[in-house]
Design a protein around this ligand. Sequence first.
Ligand code: COA
Length: 144
Amino acid sequence: MSGPVAVRPCTAEDGDAVVALWTACGLVVPWNDPAADFALALSKSSSTVLAAVAAERIVATAMVGQDGHRGWLYYVAVDPVLQGQGLGRRMVAEAEGWLAAAGMPKVQLLVRETNQRVLAFYERLGYARSPVTMMQKWLTNPSP
Ligand SMILES: CC(C)(COP(=O)(O)OP(=O)(O)OC[C@H]1O[C@@H](n2cnc3c(N)ncnc32)[C@H](O)[C@@H]1OP(=O)(O)O)[C@@H](O)C(=O)NCCC(=O)NCCS
């Protein structure tokens, strides 16, 4: 990729571009409203969405947040045309830096069963599979 890439926290005006990127990357599923996810992350001081910007266009993101105990990554996404050039590694590093600055000792993420091929990417970045079972329950609308 030519030209500088700057990483910054998103603002509300970035919402449409970010949702378009997440959609292009296959990260949007029926049980999550991506625009609502974006707005919620920006509304809390304990979370944000980081964006990589090249030529005034958002080309990659990472949603990052901390729950007072652990740091979490969501919506790590790179424009499909620009994948394989180090942007994913850069976004994860930026998110890790954000969490370290927030005092978090550990970062965690969830990988969908349908996205197993991304495991190799995270393993390359030093992440290891964790022998845990996630359980969940919605506090809003019933979902699968
Ligand atoms: C996963 C994703 C973010 C990776 O971004 P990327 O910019 O292509 O990755 P990078 O170029 O930064 O790769 C970083 C390293 O991981 C390796 N890597 C990337 N994808 C890999 C894969 N599928 N298998 C093995 N290694 C992989 C690269 O070779 C590179 O290694 P190196 O830096 O040691 O040379 C990107 O492919 C993407 O947006 N995918 C769709 C959305 C998605 O699945 N997000 C994750 C949700 S959990």
